[in-house]
Structure formats: structure tokens, C-alpha cells
Design a protein around this ligand. Structure first.
Ligand code: AMP
Ligand code: TRP
Length: 332
């Protein structure tokens, strides 16, 4: 594959989970070696639901440090905060004006987040238009995300096409880049729901900063299907299939290999091995995370990332405004 533009983002709300890592971050790291990558902490998206200021600040720095801890190299990938690059808010507004109410109403993430609430923020509704702006600003080709973001990517593709059709070829139509195994890591207590940091039961997810003992406890208590065979069958055996996906991504073994290795063995042995595999992936990440937080380096990394990102984003906004008929400010 030739060098492509890559962009993705994660919300700084709550703790990141093993689902974020397997569904998205492993690919962030893999893509940085060959491609031109931009990874951001989407703080403007986080405020679509109420955020406590101190928590938002802490979580934003924590996610930035985790980006580096999982193996992103700031010399290769630009790591930045969405709010540091003003072009996001600007193109976000423009994309809001290009979006239809009907297409935003169909977004399942919106429906889930709005369900049962009396007051639903307008920002939650227009969230996907801002996400489209995030992606289109960088003329992005590949967007590494988990399965749940596919629908937002489809909307982004539609908006790019709509813009180009109305105003002339300006924007690149992006594609989702979704892992073959682990695109949707499920809750440990209920394999019909995705693993999520917003689940009130901490036993349902593994946070990237959970202690090894907590990880072992959570996996040993994870719900398992009836029967005792270790076979990959998400329809019939969703819980064991979920643990197999986790094990596969933490060890590099294929699902077939895992199935063969554990033939005739029960869930108990398998769960112990899954727990050790997860611990051995997360322990070095946690050590590196502690070092980065202690060093205070993160502010310099974010400043440098925002400068690199702004240079690209500003150029696109100018092209977009020019194509739409805005009078551009004179250049000095
Ligand atoms: P979020 O935490 O919602 O900002 O998600 C950040 C990234 O992690 C997105 O690309 C999601 O698709 C991905 N992600 C979140 N939860 C999961 C999960 N349970 N399984 C796979 N990917 C996930
Ligand atoms: N909506 C994404 C999520 O909830 C986060 C996000 C915002 C994002 N902007 C993005 C992901 C741009 C990829 C590209 O996970």
C-alpha cells in the first residue's frame, strides 16, 4: 500500500478499555510505520454530554499519555487535542449545515445515548457532523475504528460526496479500517453489549490501567456460555468467542490455532491463560504510562502535534471556504 493519510480519535471520557485498545489502538500503532498518521483526543466531542471540568482535564491528559504508552511515536504520528486545532469547530459547523435531520436521526449511537433522557443536547445530535469534519480536514483515506463507528463513517463518506458534488472535487472520501478479529469486544458480563467505559458495572470491562489482580479477577468471573468447548461461534457461543478474540489479539494466535490448542480443555484453564495474556500486554503499557505522566512530556507532545495538524487542517478549511463562495481574508 502506498503512503496514506490516516486519522482517528478517542473521547476523553472515563477510562479507556481493552475494547478501545483492540478495536482501534492496535491499528493506530500498526499504521504509524507506513502512513502519515494523525491521532487526536476528541475533547469537543466529549462535551456533547456534561463533563466535570477537572475530570475533563485529567482524562484528556490521561488519554494522550496512553496514546504514547501503547506505542505511538510522537515523532511519527501527530498526537493532539481536537480543541487545539480550531479548524475542527469551523468545518464542524459547515458539515452541520450540509447534514440532513433525517440522516442524523438514524445514527444508532445518538439513539442509544439519547434513549430515556428528558433533555438531549443539540451537540449530541450534530456529533457525527463534527466527526465528519475531523476526518475530512486531513483529506484522510483510512480511519482505524471499531465496528460501532461504521455508520458514522458512512455518513462522513456521504457528506464528502455531497460537498464535492455541490462545490467541486475538494474532499477525499475516506474508508473505515476495521480489525478482522476484535472489531467489537463485548462486555464480560453480557455478550450482547459492547465493552464500554460508561457501563456502571466495572466488572463488565477491563480498563487499560486496571491492576493485574483486578484483570485476573474480572476474567475469572466473566460470564461463559453453557457447554465446555472452546470454539469460535459468536452466534451460539458469544461469551467464549469474545474471550477468544481477546486472546487472539493479545497473543497473535489465530482463532483456529486457539481452537486446536484448547481442544478437550475446559473454560477454567482457558480463562487463566486469557487473563495472563491480557496482563502481559497491559503491564508494560502501564509502566510506560506512569513514566510519561511523571515526566510532564505530554504537553510538549500535544503542542507539537497540534502545530502539525493545524498546518494541514487550515489548508483544507481555506479550500472548502473558497469552493463554497466565502470571501477569504487577504493573505499578508
Ligand atoms: P470511544 O471510546 O467511544 O471514543 O471509542 C474510541 C474507539 O474505540 C473507536 O474507534 C471505537 O470504535 C473503539 N471501541 C470502543 N469500544 C470498543 C469495543 N468494545 N470493541 C471494539 N472497539 C471499540
Ligand atoms: N465518534 C468516535 C467514537 O465515539 C470518536 C471520534 C470523533 C472519531 N472523531 C473521530 C473517530 C474521527 C475516528 C475519526 O469512538
Amino acid at each position: 500500500m502506498s503512503k496514506q493519510r490516516v486519522l482517528s480519535g478517542i473521547q476523553p471520557s472515563g477510562k479507556l478499555t481493552l475494547g478501545n485498545y483492540i478495536g482501534a489502538m492496535i491499528n493506530y500503532v500498526a499504521l504509524q510505520h507506513e502512513h502519515d498518521c494523525y491521532y487526536m483526543i476528541v475533547d469537543l466531542h466529549a462535551i456533547t454530554v456534561p463533563q466535570e471540568p477537572a475530570a475533563l482535564r485529567e482524562q484528556s491528559e490521561a488519554v494522550a499519555a496512553l496514546f504514547v504508552a501503547v506505542g505511538l511515536d510522537p515523532a511519527k504520528a501527530a498526537i493532539f487535542l481536537q480543541s487545539h486545532v480550531r479548524a475542527h469547530a469551523e468545518l464542524g459547523w459547515i458539515m452541520t449545515t450540509l447534514s440532513y435531520m433525517g440522516e442524523l436521526e438514524r445514527m444508532t449511537q445518538f439513539k442509544d445515548k439519547a434513549a430515556g433522557k428528558d433533555a438531549v443536547g443539540a451537540g449530541l445530535f450534530t456529533y457525527p457532523a463534527l466527526m465528519a469534519a475531523d476526518i475530512l480536514l486531513y483529506k484522510t483515506k483510512l480511519v482505524p475504528v471499531g465496528e460501532d463507528q461504521k455508520q458514522h463513517l458512512e455518513l462522513t463518506r456521504d457528506l464528502a460526496g455531497r460537498f464535492n458534488h455541490r462545490f467541486g472535487e475538494t474532499l477525499v472520501v475516506p474508508e473505515p479500517f476495521i480489525p478482522k478479529v476484535g472489531a467489537r469486544i463485548m462486555s464480560l458480563d453480557d455478550a450482547t453489549k459492547k465493552m464500554s467505559k460508561s457501563n456502571p458495572n466495572p466488572g463488565s470491562y477491563i480498563a487499560l490501567l486496571d491492576s493485574p489482580d483486578d484483570i485476573r479477577k474480572k476474567i475469572s468471573r466473566a460470564k461463559t456460555d453453557l457447554g465446555r468447548e472452546i470454539v469460535f461461534d459468536p452466534a451460539e457461543k458469544p461469551e467464549i468467542s469474545n474471550l477468544m478474540s481477546i486472546f487472539s489479539q493479545c497473543t497473535g494466535k489465530s482463532l483456529d490455532e486457539i481452537q486446536k490448542d484448547y481442544e478437550g480443555q475446559g473454560y477454567g484453564t482457558f480463562k487463566k491463560d486469557v487473563a495472563e495474556a491480557v496482563v502481559s500486554v497491559l503491564e508494560p503499557i502501564q509502566r510506560k504510562y506512569a513514566d510519561i505522566r511523571a515526566s510532564g512530556e505530554i504537553h510538549r507532545i500535544l503542542k507539537d502535534g497540534a502545530e502539525r495538524a493545524s498546518a494541514v487542517a487550515e489548508t483544507t478549511v481555506r479550500e472548502v471556504k473558497e469552493a463554497m463562495g466565502f470571501v477569504l481574508p487577504a493573505r499578508d
